[in-house]
Design a protein around this ligand. Structure first.
Ligand SMILES: *Cc1c(COP(=O)(O)O)cnc(C)c1O
Length: 379
């Protein structure tokens, strides 16, 4: 959009970075990928947005209906504790409400965990090619990052995935948090319940183990259910989930976690009041209740993902196995030319050089029309 603002006088020179606290001074802003609002203006409808792992089918119609109704209440503050959603989640997950915390997206909760439990005297363990928020949360708490090398690409079960054995060994006396993502973004890889149980048994109780299950609703692999299966036995286990992916509510920003009540009450000290808005609370509650819609989203995603993976393979592109709504495709050479080629044709995928995977692209499973567009746009 052309700026209509009149020219302004230069502001006085001022370097706020010099004043930032130690943790913030070392940080860089989160890279959200391409400027999508600008691209929508440039390409209009002719754009395939396959860069952010959103659900192309959107949320349950029931969620849309209650969200429209909730707009009439937006002059009120939302329920500061989000009790209606928490009760629905407690019923859905069969846990007490006192074990649930809500976040403005699970990103917020991942950050909050580091802020509440770690500082400059502590270290935080996560995997190479683990979710991008883990190192940011670590840096924001001024904690020391211990990045553990991923499994080799040749690993059959989880190429480039978490090496849980090495992660358990990497834990030091000063380690406060271990972040795991299962399935992981951007690799799409996963580990089974038995591997997690072994890991939990090896980790001292004063280390908080966070299992990020953002893609849980898509999971169908044998041997993998959920880390929640161990939540009653391991009070140091925290499981995070989101409404942004399978539930199709990325724009609403709602995530949650399940933990021991004492963990939740620590997080509540720093959580912002009213962090989840009333439209989002209503939408998430209704979305949770529409099980047939979720089942359809899962079935659609499975079929479309496997079809897309095959089509890509036929064209010579190898993608890792995935239990998510995206594929990580690893090329024989640097992927930036291909990413640019697709970009110029209105197909947005996520480059992976920021993750240290310059030969990879992460491609979200879109609608059939979007996926076809991607295939057509390939050189
Ligand atoms: C998308 C994603 C999230 C979700 O973030 P929200 O803030 O809930 O939208 C969390 N973890 C992983 C691994 C993700 O890919």
């Amino acid at each position: 959009m052309a700026s209509t603002a009149r020219p302004r006088k230069a502001l006085p020179v001022f370097d706020a970075a010099r004043l930032a606290n130690a943790a913030t001074a070392k940080l860089r802003a989160y890279d959200p990928g391409h400027d999508l609002p600008a691209l929508r203006e440039r390409f209009g409808d002719a754009i395939a947005e396959l860069g952010s792992n959103e659900n192309p089918r959107g949320p349950s119609p029931r969620a849309l209906k209650v969200m429209r109704a909730a707009l009439g209440e937006t002059f009120r503050y939302p329920d500061p504790r989000g009790m209606v959603l928490k009760r629905a989640l407690a019923g859905h997950l069969d846990v007490g409400v006192e074990r649930i915390a809500l976040g403005n997206g699970s990103h917020e909760l991942l950050m909050l965990l580091a802020q509440c439990f770690a500082d400059a005297k502590h270290s935080i363990v996560f995997s190479q090619f683990g979710f991008a928020v883990f190192p940011i949360a670590t840096a924001a708490a001024d904690a020391r990052a211990i990045g553990v090398p991923a499994l080799p690409r040749s690993d059959r079960a989880a190429p480039l995935g978490h090496d849980l054995g090495a992660m358990a060994k990497a834990i030091r006396r000063d380690t406060r948090i271990v972040y795991l993502a299962n399935p992981n973004n951007p690799t799409g890889t996963w580990f089974g319940d038995a591997a997690l149980e072994k890991f939990l048994a090896a980790v001292p109780r004063d280390v908080v183990v966070v299992v990020d299950e953002a893609y849980h609703e898509y999971v169908e692999a044998p041997g993998l259910s959920t880390a929640l299966a161990f939540a009653d036995r391991y009070p140091n286990l925290v499981v995070t989930r989101t409404f942004s992916k399978a539930y199709g509510l990325a724009g609403m920003r709602v995530g949650y976690l399940v933990a021991h009540p004492s963990v939740v009450s620590v997080l509540e000290r720093l959580r912002e009041s009213f962090n989840v808005n009333n439209v989002a609370l209503a939408g998430a509650t209704a979305a949770l209740g529409d099980k047939p819609w979720l089942a359809k989203a899962r079935a659609f995603n499975r079929a479309e993902r496997e079809w897309l993976r095959e089509e890509l393979l036929e064209r010579g592109y190898r993608c890792l196995p995935s239990q998510t709504n995206f594929l990580l495709c690893v090329l024989a050479r640097d992927a930036s030319k291909l990413e640019q080629h697709l970009f110029e044709r209105g197909v947005i995928v996520r480059p992976m050089s920021g993750y240290g995977l310059p030969r990879a692209l992460r491609i979200s499973v879109g609608s059939r029309a979007e996926n076809r567009r991607l295939l057509r746009a390939l050189p």
